[in-house]
Design a binder for this molecule. Structure first.
Ligand code: TXA
Ligand code: MG
Length: 308
């Protein structure tokens, strides 16, 4: 792994792309200060240029050099970094972060990943890594290398760090005055954020111009998907949760037999990939309790099953 990491560092320094593990999902990384490298990112992902990309930093000091902070941002940073929280921060004028990561806007998503391979990359670079999830735009995120899209696997150097620890993306928040606004639910739950900052809300504008990546159709398998089902149809595979009477004549995977939402989060994308690649006609998903990480899982499933 050491020589692979060295190679990855060299590629990133030369303006190339590298797929690397984070604690949430795999990222597709590039030098966040290099316009040409960022352009490559958008192109290979088939991502619209108006959908901003998160920047990954090695430490708080490097973020402070580039971005403005208020008290709430500090409180969240101290509590959750390194970890799966993305803070939308205002870029300072002297920042070297490319304008392309945020479609020329000053507000940029930032986080410090909590994964040893990601940290080793960052510690050996003098720039932050811009990285969206390592998947083709609107498709399922990747939580294990064997599920990488063949196009990415063929064309991009990758580091295999095993299964992602959380399995769901980071929680994206912006801070408006003293209120925390969750733009995308993620591995840090609404309930946990609310404990730290009681004035926290889940944005109901999840399909808007601030965060176009949060448009409805997202995180999708190729097969049709039905959620909150009461009955599995003939030919459908079943993505089950806990114990119940549901049955499939094709194939069943259980996100967590014991009904544990952490375990279910970890399994979600991998199981969706497996069922999507089976010969089922579609995927039927059992109801998932809408609390804690269940809210994030339901958010992803809702987008995956959306028709637009
Ligand atoms: O866990 C994660 O967040 C992973 C790992 C690799 O860090 N990254 C990830 O990136 O999921 P991506 O690009 O797949 O999703 C980032 C989401 C998008 O929905 C995007 O619209 C939103 O965050 N976002 C990023 N920067 C933003 C900004 N400046 N303003 C508003 N939304 C932003
Ligand atoms: Mg993504």
């Amino acid at each position: 792994m050491k020589t692979k990491i060295k190679e990855a560092i060299k590629i990133l320094k030369n303006g190339g792309l590298v797929i690397f593990p984070t604690e949430t999902v795999y990222g597709l990384g590039a030098d966040a200060t290099n316009d040409l490298a960022i352009e490559k990112l958008y192109k290979i992902k088939n991502r619209p240029i108006n959908n901003p990309i998160i920047c990954h930093f090695k430490n708080l000091k490097d973020i402070e050099i580039n971005f403005e902070f208020n008290d709430i941002a500090y409180e969240l940073a101290k509590k959750f970094w390194p970890g799966p929280l993305t803070l939308i921060l205002k870029k300072k004028n002297n920042s070297k972060v490319s304008q392309l990561v945020s479609n020329k806007h000053k507000l940029v998503g930032c986080r410090i990943p909590n994964n040893t391979i990601a940290q080793e990359l960052l510690n050996n670079l003098d720039f932050p890594i811009a990285a969206p999830s390592a998947n083709i735009s609107t498709k399922l995120s990747t939580t294990k290398i064997s599920q990488l899209s063949s196009n990415l696997k063929k064309n991009v150097f990758y580091l295999d760090g095993g299964d992602s620890y959380y399995g769901l993306e980071s929680t994206v928040v912006n801070i408006i005055k003293n209120k925390v606004n969750i733009l995308r639910l993620g591995s840090i739950t609404y309930e946990k954020l609310k404990q730290i900052i009681p004035n926290t809300i889940i944005s109901n504008e999840q399909s808007n111009s601030i965060s176009p990546g949060l448009e409805k159709k997202h995180y999708s398998p190729n097969k049709p998907i039905r959620i909150n089902i009461e009955k599995v149809l003939e030919g459908e595979a079943l993505l089950n949760f806990s114990t119940n009477q549901l049955k499939s004549d094709k194939m069943e995977l259980n996100l967590s037999l014991k009904g544990d939402l952490n375990e279910a989060s970890k399994n979600l994308y991998n199981y969706m990939h497996i069922l999507d690649n089976s010969d089922c006609i579609g995927i039927a998903v059992a109801p998932i309790p809408n609390e804690n990480l269940g809210k994030t899982i339901n958010d992803r499933l809702k987008r995956a099953s959306s028709n637009n």
